[in-house]
Design a protein around this ligand. Structure first.
Ligand code: SF4
Ligand code: SF4
Length: 387
């Protein structure tokens, strides 16, 4: 396994980390953690809401049981709780917190469930919109106060946040709250909307962990579209290309994968532990290939600026992203997922009236209505094949 520095915190973590959100049960968690630690994984991204069945039966307690008795310095533990405007707190799961006291309870509960005295990192979970930042960080009674106090008392060593937010917001929040020393963001070669965040973090000593490295399992399998552009990686499965792409960024500390199968864990660990990632030159060639593949048309970056734009309620960014993986990157997992969406009213792209509201919201002014037409045609064909 390779190890990487988390910004300027002085902490080192395995290049591949445990995302703990997909553990099936306590036995599955134990098996994955045992094998993962044998393979050198050290970084754990923990959340009280993951696989929550009850206060004593959830991914946090499963991790706690699996690491019991192991030397504390053989692992780097990062826990988190989510902050939202008052009224919807689910304290047991660490969700919807809005006050200093609620955050204190969440930190203490997580420490108890995992069975440790201190967390290496504690993150505000899914701080993705300005209102989330306000409730987390503003005012004397804010959850951030509890995070700072826990740090002063040694219960938490470093603070951070996870986010699906806009890159301008993420950078602004890092500037406003410089004690956030690590972030966890959604990023992969097809969702590159926060590339500038990586540059900012690299320049300012902030660690970056990556969620969604394989876009929920879609960036897998074989596609020959890159053979011409990256002949050195010809024949490599897409998951290898995707992970090497991420590890080519020096800003990235750990790539988190929600693994619940030993085979996937071993496959990912072999890539993250290998000597080769992707050089910066290869990464540039890889990204330049996208424009060539589309005949010069920009790709959807997954920025979600169009998220609530559609008056017909279409999830534009989801449809655009999956269609692009099918159409441009020729990934069979995406084609399969798209076929499965045919006939589902939520994704019925034929509802598009070409009003262009989404195009106005899109920083790249992508020709979304044209793509909706193509998606609707794809769905129609898929429906006919199913019939
Ligand atoms: S152009 Fe189509 S997809 Fe875009 S907002 Fe209008 S109806 Fe929705
Ligand atoms: S369609 Fe445009 S606005 Fe929507 S996610 Fe893609 S790039 Fe962003």
């Amino acid at each position: 396994m390779k190890y990487r520095k988390v910004g300027d915190t002085g902490v080192e973590v395995s290049a591949l980390g445990f995302g703990t959100m997909r553990f099936k049960d306590a036995d599955n968690a134990a098996a994955i953690i045992d094998r993962g630690m044998e393979l050198g994984l050290t970084y754990f991204d923990i959340g009280g809401a993951y696989s929550f069945k009850s206060f004593d039966d959830n991914a946090e307690t499963w991790v706690g049981a699996a690491i019991k008795g192991r030397p504390r310095d053989s692992m780097v533990l990062s826990a988190k709780a989510q902050c939202r405007p008052p009224g919807n707190a689910k304290q047991e799961r660490g969700l919807g917190l809005s006050t200093r006291d609620e955050m204190w309870q969440a930190i203490e509960t997580s420490l108890k469930r995992v069975g440790v005295d201190t967390f290496d990192f504690y993150q505000s979970w899914d701080m993705s919109a300005p209102e989330h930042f306000e409730v987390t960080c503003e005012g004397d009674n804010s959850p951030l106060m509890a995070m700072r106090e826990a740090k002063e008392q040694g219960l938490v060593k470093h603070l951070g946040f996870t986010s699906h937010g806009k890159e301008t917001d993420i950078i602004e929040w890092l500037k406003k709250v410089p004690d956030f020393r690590t972030i966890t963001i959604y990023y992969n070669f097809t969702d590159r909307y926060c590339e500038e965040v990586l540059d900012y973090c690299q320049a300012n000593g902030v660690g970056v962990n990556i969620m969604g490295p394989l876009r929920g399992g879609l960036l897998v399998g074989r596609s020959d579209v890159f053979d011409k552009y990256l002949p050195e990686l010809k024949g490599a499965p897409m998951q290898e290309i995707a992970l090497r792409f991420l590890l080519s960024y020096p800003a990235i500390s750990s790539v988190l994968s929600g693994m619940n199968e030993i085979a996937h864990l071993e496959e990912n660990a072999a890539i993250a532990g290998g000597d080769e990632t992707m050089t910066e030159e290869q990464r540039k060639r890889f990204i330049d290939a996208f424009t060539d593949l589309t005949g010069g048309e920009p790709l959807c970056t997954g920025c979600r600026y169009c998220q609530s734009a559609c008056p017909e309620g279409l999830p534009v960014f989801m449809l655009m992203g999956i269609y692009q993986l099918h159409e441009v990157f020729k990934l069979s997992a995406a084609t399969q997922q798209l076929s499965g969406m045919a006939g589902n009213a939520r994704f019925d792209a034929s509802k598009c009236t070409a009003c262009e509201t989404c195009v106005e919201a899109c920083p790249q002014n992508l020709p979304i209505p044209e793509r909706m037409e193509k998606i609707a045609e794809f769905f129609e064909e898929a429906r006919q094949k199913k019939a």
